[in-house]
Design a protein around this ligand. Structure first.
Ligand code: ZN
Ligand code: ZN
Ligand code: ZN
Length: 337
């Protein structure tokens, strides 16, 4: 019998189509070479020697000391030239009969150039490079949140062209927006309501439940837990969450960043190896910059491999059909080393 499972935070429903479900199988790994080819492409904006083709860097970690915007860096963050949002435009909101609300796009968009290596998949980065990437998210969050009109900072990665990546060179994106996006607002409302009723954080309770149940755990270390959510919206949806309560990513200490890097590297590697480098999106869900969510919200990362296409049912209802059973997906990924 197909099951309908409810996300206890947002109230979203997913149909776990058990009848159509197939046990995950290990795809042939020969299809994807480890180091897909060249490490440098002279035509690429994000490669060494082409620093002048991007806007000037707003953050850089260097291997060797050197001038800004010159080779020798390990990671750079630059303003996104092709951004849909622009800080120079006036931001305002108009409300005509409550039927038409208009926000002029005012925000900030940045690209994190994750490594100098043109074709090295993020899952194969040395752990120190993953740590630089996760640290860059934190530093940019802190910096961008100083701008008073910014309400939320979305940090995410699209891996593979089917997941929306337009350039091959490993990169992720940061978009700071003048509104709190509905997905975040729904999580906050759900968590707030739960806190009111139960005097505890719904995410902390969820973690306790997963640690007791264990069937959906993918990986854990001392401070972080990765699991397949009970109401996973798509095959191999994977979450990573701190076991300690914290509402915002930018509060991570240096030691916690190390633990996170180890856990995130492991998760990315399992997805890469186990699913043959699938297209995916991952994002960090953290507290908005100007709301007090400390008691009831709990930051986390969500990774969704693109293995199905959103179709009429999803678009028309806001509900999802998942053709894989989360417990089986987790068991499969747990076994990938
Ligand atoms: Zn490149
Ligand atoms: Zn919590
Ligand atoms: Zn979330």
């Amino acid at each position: 019998m197909p099951e309908m499972r409810r996300n206890p935070i947002t109230g979203e429903w997913t149909i776990i189509a058990t009848e159509r479900a197939q046990r995950p199988h290990k795809p042939s790994l020969d299809a994807t070479p480890f180091f897909g080819g060249k490490n440098h492409d002279p035509e690429c904006f994000f490669c060494y020697e082409n620093e002048h083709t991007t806007p000037p860097e707003v953050l850089v970690y260097r291997e060797k000391p050197g001038a800004a915007n010159t080779p020798g860096w390990s990671l750079r963050v630059v303003t996104n030239k092709f951004s849909a949002l622009n800080l120079n435009e006036e931001f305002c909101m108009q409300d005509d009969n409550h039927l038409q609300v208009c926000c002029y796009a005012r925000g900030l968009a940045e690209v994190v150039i994750e490594s100098p290596h043109h074709t090295l998949n993020t899952a194969l980065f040395p752990i120190q490079q993953i740590e630089l990437l996760l640290k860059a998210y934190k530093e940019r969050y802190i910096e961008l949140s100083k701008e008073p009109s910014i309400k939320y900072i979305a940090m995410f990665k699209n891996n593979g062209s089917q997941a929306g990546a337009s350039l091959e060179h490993p990169h992720s994106q940061i978009i700071a927006t003048p509104i709190v996006p509905p997905v975040i607002q729904a999580e906050i409302e759900g968590a707030k309501q739960y806190y009111k009723e139960n005097k505890s954080c719904i995410y902390c309770d969820m973690i306790d439940n997963e640690l007791k149940d264990r069937s959906r755990i993918i990986y854990e270390n001392e401070e972080f837990l990765s699991f397949a959510p009970y109401a996973s919206r798509s095959p191999f949806e994977t979450w990573l969450i701190p076991k300690f309560h914290s509402d915002s990513y930018h509060k991570l200490t240096a030691k916690q960043l190390k633990g996170l890097s180890e856990a995130w590297k492991t998760v990315l590697y399992k997805i890469y190896m186990g699913l043959d480098n699938p297209p995916y999106n991952y994002f960090i869900h953290t507290s908005p910059t100007r709301q007090d969510t400390e008691e009831f919200f709990h930051w986390h990362m969500e990774l969704i491999p693109k293995m199905t296409i959103m179709a009429g049912f999803e678009l028309g209802t806001g509900m999802f059909i998942n053709i894989a059973i989360p417990e089986q997906s987790a068991e499969y990924l747990r076994g990938i080393r």
